[in-house]
Design a protein around this ligand. Structure first.
Ligand SMILES: Cc1ncc(COP(=O)(O)O)c(C=O)c1O
Length: 436
């Protein structure tokens, strides 16, 4: 049985990044799904991908940029000849596009890395020189290991790492708990924007305010947020933030944002002759992949293109906002279609918010079904060419903390805006056939 979502009941309470109600009420913000899907050739191979939190399909515009770079500008930067100047300009173009994407002040605040894991490891190493034995770092039990392990490794230098635990009933990080952990020795709080299992947006702006009021820094993992909502580092007032472009319709690559003056203070990770003021170069040892750096501008072009059909505003930022508002509305429909079915089953435990129309929910939906192994559930729908997944998704501490470690983790269905309601209905029908 497939229940139709009631999008009029979208709960816009608790929205940190405010949504343009006029757009929503006028229903002007419908995604043109035909256009959207035409931009992802990888969707045409007969499979329906609900493993997007693992990695999304790539945009044609991004692949075209890769080709364009490799065929026309594939030389070393920093030379005085024409092609080299074009190569340097290409890398700057990608950096500027990412700065625009997350509303950073300047392109130098964008540090490229091969992955978010590497970016966070590098950040922890570069900041460790500012830490003294007895200084404290707070990490959460709900983060991906990338934003935990990098900080836990600093224990060998005498840093004390404290764990911010989760409310096991609501699956939420509670502010009171943070307030009980934070002290005058706290130097940094590392927290996920959205857990890649739970799918609930954490109140980062509020958390940043509390962290700053104690004189500490905040490092946010936005990997599971970035595909679904527009990041605004200035509005959030975060110090450091990471996301992976291969989950935001681009290539395997990542962005570390840092406030410029904080990046200046970090230790040099490159050759000894690179100055401390060489930001971001000193934090990109060996240089980033130029072609990937250039290609990620295609992500921003795509969302701008979607947004220009949805708003009369001419500013780039307004277009991106309009695009992501439409993404959020469409994704609420996807979430609610699946969640209404899961709620209707009386043998299913949803790990996270149970309503798809709560704005805080992204369509990364994990659950388990009584007496059914997650492994068995994921494999049972493969014959319908439906790709879902089971496991701990490297949020192993969370899965162990919730007590699911012994049962192969959880089942995760992770949709993004190019998925259709029809695809979710097909998944529900497959569950109905296979899991009763
Ligand atoms: C929430 C979250 N953080 C961090 C990572 C690590 O990203 P990367 O593969 O770019 O190192 C992932 C990857 O799945 C993730 O889901």
């Amino acid at each position: 049985m497939v229940l139709k979502p009631d999008l009029n009941s979208v709960n816009f309470a608790n929205i940190e990044n405010s949504v343009n109600f006029v757009l929503i009420l006028n229903q002007q913000n419908q995604l043109d799904l035909e256009y959207v899907r035409s931009q992802f050739p990888g969707l045409n191979n007969g499979w329906t991908y609900f493993d997007n939190a693992g990695g999304s399909q790539i945009l044609t515009g991004v692949v075209e940029r890769l080709n364009d770079f490799l065929y026309k500008r594939n030389v070393q930067t920093g030379g005085s000849y024409e092609t080299s100047l074009k190569t340097s300009a290409a890398v700057l173009e990608g950096r500027s596009a990412m700065a625009q994407f997350i509303n950073a002040d300047r392109p130098e605040e964008i540090v490229f890395a091969p992955s978010s894991t590497v970016a966070l490891n590098n950040l922890a190493e570069a900041i460790s020189h500012q830490l003294k034995p007895g200084d404290e770092i707070i990490v959460t039990v709900s983060d991906h290991e990338s934003n935990i392990g990098s900080w836990v490794r600093l224990e060998k230098r005498g840093v004390i790492v404290k764990f911010w635990e989760l409310n096991k009933d609501s699956f939420e990080l509670e502010i009171e708990e943070l307030e009980s952990l934070i002290s005058e020795r706290t130097r940094l709080v590392a927290v996920t924007h959205v857990s890649n299992i739970i799918g609930t947006i954490n109140p980062i702006k509020e958390i940043a305010r509390i962290v700053h009021s104690h004189g500490a820094l905040i490092c946010v993992d936005s990997v599971a947020f970035a595909p679904h909502r527009l990041i605004d580092v200035r509005d959030l007032d975060v110090d450091f933030l990471v996301f992976s472009t291969y989950k935001v319709y681009g290539p395997h690559f990542a962005v570390l944002y840092g406030k410029y003056e904080l990046l200046l203070e970090l230790e040099n990770l490159y050759h000894y002759f690179h100055g401390k003021d060489e930001v971001p170069r000193k934090l990109e040892p060996g240089n980033p992949s130029y072609e990937l750096a250039y290609s990620v501008a295609g992500i921003v072009e795509y969302f701008e293109e979607i947004g220009s059909g949805l708003t009369v505003e001419s500013g780039k930022r307004e277009k991106l906002e309009a695009a992501f508002e439409a993404v959020a509305i469409h994704e609420a429909g996807l979430s609610e279609t699946l969640l209404s079915y899961l709620r209707f089953r009386n043998d299913c435990k949803i790990i996270g918010l149970e309503s798809g129309t709560d704005y805080r929910r992204v369509p990364t939906i994990s659950f388990f079904i009584k007496d059914k192994n997650p492994d068995q559930i994921a494999r049972s729908v493969e014959k319908y060419n439906l790709a879902i997944r089971f496991g701990d998704f490297y949020a192993r501490r969370l899965v162990d903390y919730l007590g699911y470690g012994d049962q192969n983790g959880v089942v995760r269905v992770s949709a993004v805006h190019y998925n259709t309601i029809g695809e979710v209905e097909s998944l529900v029908e497959a569950f109905e056939k296979e899991l009763n």
